[in-house]
Design a protein around this ligand. Sequence first.
Ligand SMILES: Cc1ncc(COP(=O)(O)O)c(C=O)c1O
Length: 360
Amino acid sequence: MFGTTRYIAWAMQFYGKVPYDLASSGTPLVTWAELGLPTPDIDDPRAYQALKDACARYNDVSPAEVTPAFGTTQAFFLAYAATLSPGDEVLVEHPGYEPLTRAAEGLGATVRTFERRAEEGFRVLPERVAAAIGPRTRAIVVTSLHNPTGVRVADETIRELAAIAEARGAYVIVNEVYAGFDDLPEDGVFRRSARKLDKNVIAVASLTKCYGLGMYRLGWLLGPEEIALRADAAAVATLGHMPLAHASYGAALFGEIGRLAKRAKVLLAGKREIASRWATSLPNAHWSAPESGLFGLVTLPGRGELLPRIEAHARETGVLVGAGTFFGAPESFRLAWATCDAARFEEGLRLLEPLVSRRA
Ligand SMILES: Cc1ncc(COP(=O)(O)O)c(C=O)c1O
């Protein structure tokens, strides 16, 4: 059975509903009208294949490795459905994105975790993963960029995880929904998918975070052919097929990635540096120091559970940050710079100071 995802319930209550949203984790939405595109032929049955081909071209992989999905969310559900049976085990990073756990539990898998620690720069340590893996482990799951810290997992580390998994006949699932921020591709081709790092690496992602297309739900799974086929089977069993209109709009939107990448660069320019200067100037605080993306994690060791103070602060000042408690890091908050322009972001940071200086 699927448990409630507390994080999403909280996000729906607060995100986007405050004057200073330093919590939301996607590039501001772009509308169809702003794009100025003609309405696609939504009755053309060739749109399914066109969407799959467009996903493959964007990710620089073959269409046989692609299963289109509704957002990264359905993509990791399909990745689990393609790798896990009830009673199997999945190893998920901690702190982490809660739906990665809920989806696996819902499919009857046992979720075990491995730590990404502040004092280690939130890196994934393969030896820690190797120590945690068991005979029923079918998948190792990481996000890169990491939600909530924004830290990238090095390609070499993913290869090491792939070797650890391979020894057990298991897979590595890389959630790379934020990876596009490493290299927003103005030519519309993302060349760095973790899928290309080893034969047993499955990558899941979408156009939702980097390009302002959050509401279009254009996601995919990339995997070895046997996994793509099983993911297709899971999609057919749970969905039948995608709406044709979705495929038609989706195929058209892939043609716009280059200009949406430029737009994202303009919207984000300089703000990570502002966040970093602010966070590293805080006394007794730790900053996750992401090298790209649109958020990082501030940890206030010894201050206890921050959630009630984050909520009270949002009500008092209108400044909202993402509560770390939903990622398993209660003394932390995720600081995001996607939504406000630079001046407003700096204003929000000034208003945030009582939260970070206040004692428990
Ligand atoms: C790690 C991670 N995966 C998936 C998602 C959801 O992605 P999508 O909107 O494409 O389903 C999010 C959203 O915050 C996320 O942080």
